[in-house]
Write a protein that binds this ligand. Structure first.
Ligand code: SF4
Ligand code: SF4
Length: 395
């Protein structure tokens, strides 16, 4: 039996530098440097593992990866690039290469009540503006303003604290709704629509108030130890609820819960629930919207192996207008969107162009982070096209 260390060594030696992944890497297309592609990032992480101290350049090479998994999709040697990049980031952090604001972010995301407090006070203190644009003090950073950085409004009360319908619904099963930080604090309408859908389909629904962030942001930043603490706390909580399965409307959370947790109950992305019940669903598009398109989040397609294109096409019928490259990353990349906002904007600009060409007045997707990033990219191009979660248009 091979040890974890041996497995890690082996995964680092899997890359044969064939360059197959070059054609699909969104960051290579913008940065145009050989280091800004999977094989460069894998080689660098190998050097870090062998004791190389790291540098500002090494930091940039690893932190400009979107973790979009497009390279993994085409790699014949099955190199686990995103895991390697995340571990490489962890090695840099150990050597003092992580900014303080990331430590603070990790801490806040690990303490739900601290996050609730910040959400409650950020608006009144003027840190974030009520309409979610970058006029609040916190985001009055020239670089971010220049790139048109977008923050959705933050609710003063998170959804999990306002939800009262603990056990309403039917007898098909008891569902634990996992919210994820963005839906909980900024997109409560997605949670409301998911609860409505569950009840209509005959499920009862519980929303544990003590649920944590899924741990994905910590893993992505290379904060594995912090992620493991969160995973342990969530696992204990979820195992005690008596739910039949966990449901989430965030593809990134679903992918993390499926890959990183060892849970005694199944996890379903809301898209999987829709696929199961497609006969019972109908769509009601917002007034004035004649055509809608679909963006496939990386964590849905490549992260969970689910393609929702057929489902969306079937639900929308003639009102569906496909975009070019629906599976291409939106350019968010978590903290990359703040730290390397120009790169994030450039990748997002292409996505906005494909959306414009589709002629759709609405973009549908399955991830709140994609919603935030795509909305930002569309606003930057002065395109008045809305972005919504698929679950919110179901009637
Ligand atoms: S990551 Fe895979 S596809 Fe890319 S260079 Fe290495 S072996 Fe080739
Ligand atoms: S995960 Fe995406 S951004 Fe990172 S190396 Fe692979 S294709 Fe490029």
């Amino acid at each position: 039996m091979t040890s974890k260390a041996e497995q890690w060594e082996e995964s680092l030696s899997l890359c044969v530098r064939c360059g197959r992944c070059r054609s699909v890497c969104p960051t290579l297309q913008v940065l145009r440097q050989e280091t800004s592609v999977a094989r460069g990032r894998v080689v660098l992480t190998r050097h870090l593992t062998e004791g190389c101290r790291g540098s500002a350049t090494a930091y940039e090479i690893l932190h400009t990866c979107l973790l979009c998994m497009a390279c993994e999709d085409v790699c014949t040697n099955k190199v686990p690039v995103t895991e390697i990049v995340q571990r490489g980031r962890g090695l840099l952090r150990e050597r003092g290469g992580s900014p303080r604001w990331k430590m603070a972010l990790s801490w806040v995301l690990s303490h739900p009540r601290a996050m609730d407090f910040m959400a409650k006070t950020a608006g009144p203190l003027g840190l974030i503006s009520p309409d979610g644009r970058t006029r609040g003090m916190l985001l009055r950073i020239p670089k971010l303003l220049e790139e048109g950085f977008f923050m959705p409004p933050i609710s003063t009360t998170p959804f999990r604290n306002s939800f009262s319908g603990i056990e309403t619904g039917g007898s098909k099963g008891r569902v634990l709704l996992f919210l994820g930080c963005l839906i909980d604090h900024s997109y409560p309408q997605i949670a409301e629509a998911t609860v409505r859908l569950l009840h209509r389909l005959g499920y009862s629904c519980i929303v544990p108030r003590d649920q944590f962030c899924c741990g994905h942001p910590h893993l992505a930043m290379g904060f594995r130890k912090e992620a493991e603490a969160i995973i342990a706390a969530n696992t204990e909580l979820f195992s005690s609820t008596g739910a039949d399965f966990i449901l989430t409307a965030c593809a990134s959370c679903a992918s993390t819960l499926k890959k990183e947790y060892d849970l005694p109950l199944p996890v379903l992305d809301v898209v999987e629930l829709l696929q199961r019940h497609r006969e019972d669903l109908s769509v009601s598009l917002p007034q004035g919207v004649k055509l809608a398109t679909w963006h496939q989040p990386c964590h849905l397609g490549r992260g969970q192996g689910i393609d929702a294109t057929e489902l969306v096409q079937e639900l929308l019928g003639e009102r569906f207008s496909p975009m070019e490259n629906p599976h291409r990353c939106c350019g968010f990349g978590g903290t990359l969107s703040v730290e390397f906002s120009h790169l994030s904007s450039e990748v997002g600009r292409e996505k906005a162009e494909w959306i414009r060409e589709s002629g759709a007045e609405l973009v549908l997707t399955d991830c709140p982070a994609c919603i935030m990033q795509i909305q930002r990219s569309l606003l930057a191009q002065d395109l008045s096209i809305n972005v919504s979660h698929l679950v919110t248009i179901l009637s």
